[in-house]
Structure formats: C-alpha cells, structure tokens
Design a protein around this ligand. Structure first.
Ligand code: AMP
Length: 542
C-alpha cells in the first residue's frame, strides 16, 4: 500500500519563498570587487531574484536552458543562484580560475545560452568570447564603465518586472545547477545538480553534526560560488534565514578576518590553505583580532593537516571537517566526535578529529579492493564507492566516463580510505597520488600532513616520481615559513619518528610556492612532470 502523503516537489522555489516571507529583514552583507561593502536583506534579495527570473524568461530562457555565471561571491551572484533555477533554467557557474580556452570548452560543452558576468571579469571574457556563442551577456556593473553593444545591464533586470512572475512547473528531478570538476584528474567533467539533490543536501548540511546552521548564524561564504555551489552554503543559509556575508574577490587572511570580526561571523567555509593563512595571521598579531561570537570553521576540499586543528583550537575556532566532491554536491562525509570518543585522551582524540568523519545521513559508502568489498568490521581499507540522493548518476553528456560507476550503480570516487570500527573514514590518498614503491603503497597525504606539523614547514606536497628500482619513490616539495631554515636531512629525520624508513621521501626540493589547481589544491601533476627525470643517484636511497 502506498503512503497517504502529498507528492510535494523538493525545489529551490520553496527556499526562495521562505527566505522572502519569513526572513525579509535578515541581512546579506556583500563586498564588491573594489572592497566596498553593501548591505541588503532577504526581502530585497527575494524581489530582485524574482525580477531577474522574470527578465530571463522575457529574454526567451526556456526550461532546462543553461545560464552561465562568471562572478565572485556577492549579492548579485546569490540572486542569480536562485533566479535561474527558479525560472526553470540551470545555473552553470564558471570557474574563473581556469584558462580562457578551458572556460570556452566547458561553455561549449554545456551549450550555455546566456551569461551573467561581473564587469571586472569582462577582460577574461574578451579572451574567449569569439570561441563561444552566448546569445546575451548580462553585466553586473560595479563601475560606471559603458556596456559593449548588445550587452545588457544586470540592474535593469534586478530593479523590477518580477511582480507578476509565476514559477514554471518544475519537477524535483529537473536540473537546477551545473558544475564541472576542477580538472585535477584530466579533462573537466560536468555534473548537473537536481532541485531535489540541492534541497536534501541543504537539510543535511544544516544538521548539528555537519555544519549546525540556523537563523542565529552569520555565514561567511569563503569557498567560491563557482566551486560546487560554494558547498551549497548559500542554499542552506537562505533556507534557514541565516545571515550571509559574501567576501567578493578578496581571499587574503586579513580581509577575511576583517569581515569575520566586524560582522560577527559564526560559521565560515573554506579550504585548508585559507585556514592555514588565517591561523598564521592570528598567530602573527596576537590580540589584534577579537571574535565577538564563537566561530566554526568548515574545512574541506583537501586534507587539513592535524596541526591546523591544534592551531585553530588555540584561537577558540571549532573545526567542522568536511569531505566532498563535485560529484556529490559536494558533502559526503563529515567529522565530529561521538560522545564516547570525546572522553579519549588528547592525541587519540585529535587523530579522530583529523579523520574525515562519518558518512552523512543518506550517503552510503563502501570500500572496494580489487578482490571485492572490504568488510566493515574493524580497520579496513579500499577505494571509496558512494551512492546517495545527491550523488551524480552520470556526467553531463559524457558517455566515455561510464566506468566511473560500478555495474550496480555506485560512484567510484578515486579516493582510497580506511574505515574504523566506529565508522570513521580516513582518506589515505587519491588512488593516482599514492606512491607505489616496490609493491607497497605510501600515502602522500600522511607524509604531507606530518611535514606540515614541523615548525619550519609552511607547505608540503609529496609526489611519486619514477624510480628505476622501486617503480616510484616519494619526493617532497617544501615551502619553508618566512625566515625559517631546514634541510632535507633534518626533515627526513623528523619524519623517521613517525614512518618506516621505506616510506620516507628520498628527495626534498625547496620551492617558493607549490603549483595549485584552479580551486587552490596542490597541482601534483605539475610537480610530477617537473621532476619526472629526477636523478636518484644523487639521493639518499638510490
Ligand atoms: P573536487 O571535486 O574538486 O571538490 O575534489 C574532490 C576531491 O577533493 C575528493 O575526491 C578528495 O580527494 C578531496 N577532498 C575533499 N575534501 C577532502 C577532505 N576533507 N580531506 C581529504 N581530501 C578531501
């Protein structure tokens, strides 16, 4: 017998309506590219988003049409986040850190019809505009610069025209937004998020054990809105009436701390590099930055070194450790300690906190080894396969990637992990980043995290380099802290207290910076290429 419940679709329109109706006075603080701050609220956001939705329909946007955005994190981007899907379109957030030809390739692959863009990013558009075919470009003007012929002014859309706007009929499984993977593993692949996925993801992100978001919160959305919908934070915050702070293009620690202290931020989400820079700034200037309310740091996107937990603890910042992927909207796993683990002693407890955590509700994980599924009855390891209501079932228009899903429909993440008897997952490495040495695997992530606990080391990135005898051996690229010194031998000696001799890097290189991907992760492929011909006869273990 079927239940007697209503068949009510889970769509973003309900979140937009709720924010406009129940939280009209809750502030949205937005920093423009020139650094100026503007203050608006969910009431104005609601009207402007509906105005824009109506304007897009007037332009001829049809259900399922892709509308691209090239914008920093600010109020107009937030309006676009809702206006496009609530008018039946699919918002394709373009990663503005990609190369112009890469952006053109994803625009063409997604067949984007319209573009909404910050005027400060027009020079970037100019580098590939002749390679793409936007029907209309709508410009968010932060400066009074004139519009190019044919381009439209965002403000004219946002100012009015939405009074009679009616939502089109939207099925909860219709696409709402679209992102491409950041390209750490080959060519970017597109994922289309359904309304249902984004709504359910918002519920789960709000849970106490995940980000613990409610209307008492002020959420600083540090993670770029073009990276997996800023982890869905704008949707979750709007659903619950949390105040939002959008930092514009300034991501340096001082600019972020200014916003955090002045605006009373209670939750901010960003990658470990951002939090390491914030910890540096707090330590450099003790007493300068005073938080008026307890702060939670959502940390994810790559593995945070254990030292980061200790350092943020010292400043009273609670770390919420998150693991996710473009393919899972992104949340899959979240940290936090079960009550009995909170009673454990310091180091053991810290080790648990540094694990990625437990699968989020409704996300199922299994660990697969070449010979089949690993049992879940103790410390077990394998590649994570995942399924759940906000996990992609395929890439957009890319049948060549079918083998990323198992025959029974689980997504193969490419992350190797262990899971303990408590259900806590620890990411060991990406399958392709494990260093394969003489038939054994060495975790580059563990070496990196331990190295980053050394007082002289600011950043460490470990890659496997071809070796004539061992197949691969680890090479560590190190960025030292300002004014600090350390030699490769010293760092090897330091690591030797934690790792077996065969796991220690045989080569150390000291760099000013480590190459990064468009979303700020270490670009291991660049280091592997650069040192591919390493002369091991010069190193400790040839
Ligand atoms: P992306 O699709 O660009 O968001 O990258 C997803 C990948 O980032 C995952 O497959 C992981 O390898 C990595 N990742 C994300 N969050 C974490 C985390 N908390 N710890 C370790 N790796 C992470």
């Amino acid at each position: 017998m079927r239940g007697t419940m209503m068949d009510y679709p889970l769509t973003l329109t309900t979140i937009l309506e709720r924010a406009g109706k129940f939280f009209p006075d809750v502030e949205i603080v937005s920093r423009a590219p020139d650094g100026s701050i503007s203050r608006s609220n969910y009431g104005a956001f609601y009207r402007r988003a509906r105005n824009l939705a109506a304007g897009l329909q007037r332009l001829g946007m049809k259900p399922g049409d892709r509308v691209a955005s090239m914008m920093w994190n600010h109020a107009a981007h937030l309006e676009t986040f809702f206006a496009v899907p609530c008018a039946g379109g699919i918002l394709h957030t373009l990663n503005i850190r990609l190369q112009p030809q890469e952006i053109a390739a994803v625009v063409n692959h997604a067949r984007d019809r319209f573009l909404i863009i910050d005027d400060v990013l027009l020079p970037l558009l100019a580098q590939f505009r002749d390679k793409v075919d936007f029907e209309r470009v709508i410009v968010v003007r932060h400066t009074p610069a004139p519009l190019a012929p044919g381009d439209l002014d965002y403000e004219e859309f946002a100012r009015g025209g939405g009074e009679d706007f009616r939502y089109p009929k939207i099925d909860e499984n219709d696409g709402a937004a679209m992102s491409f993977t950041s390209g750490t593993t080959g060519a970017p692949k597109g994922v289309v998020y359904s309304h249902r996925a984004l709504v359910l993801h918002s519920f789960v992100c709000a849970l106490k054990e995940i980000c613990n978001i409610g209307y008492d919160d002020t959420v600083l959305v540090i993670v770029p809105m073009f990276h997996v919908n800023a982890w869905g934070l704008p949707f979750t915050a709007a659903m619950l009436g949390a105040r939002q702070v959008l930092p514009g293009p300034r991501y340096d620690a001082v600019s972020l701390l200014e916003l955090m202290t002045r605006e009373g931020v209670t939750l901010a989400g960003g990658v470990p590099t951002i939090w390491l820079a914030i910890a540096d700034e707090l330590e450099k200037n003790p007493g300068k930055w005073q938080f008026t309310k307890p702060v939670r740091a959502g940390v994810g996107g790559s593995a945070p070194p254990m030292e980061l937990f200790r350092r943020l603890d010292r400043h009273g910042i609670e770390v919420k450790h998150l693991w996710g992927m473009t393919e899972s909207s992104p949340l899959g796993i979240a940290g936090g300690l079960k009550p009995q683990i909170r009673a454990w002693d310091g180091q053991r407890q810290l080790e648990m906190r540094a694990k990625q955590g437990m699968p989020a509700p409704f996300v199922e994980l299994r660990l697969m080894r070449p010979d089949g599924e690993a049992p879940w009855d103790g410390e077990t390891s394998g590649e994570i396969e995942m399924r759940g209501p906000w996990v992609a079932a395929s890439y957009y228009d890319d049948p060549s990637q079918k083998d990323r899903w198992s025959p029974d429909g689980w997504f193969r993440t490419g992350d190797v992990a262990t899971m303990d008897a408590d259900g806590y997952v620890k990411i060991v490495d990406r399958v392709k980043d494990l260093v394969k040495s003489g038939g054994e695997w060495i975790s580059s992530v563990e070496l990196e995290n331990t190295l980053m606990g050394h007082p002289a080391v600011k950043e460490a990135c470990v890659v496997g380099i071809p070796h004539p005898k061992w197949s691969e051996r680890p090479l560590a690229a190190i960025v030292l802290r300002d004014g600090a010194t350390a030699t490769g031998d010293e760092l090897r000696g330091y690591l030797a207290t934690y790792f077996g001799k065969w796991q220690l890097p045989d080569a150390f290189v000291f760099l000013d910076t480590i190459p990064r991907t468009s979303v700020g992760k270490f670009k291991k492929s660049a280091l592997r290429e650069r040192y591919a011909g390493w002369d091991w006869t010069k190193s400790a273990r040839s």
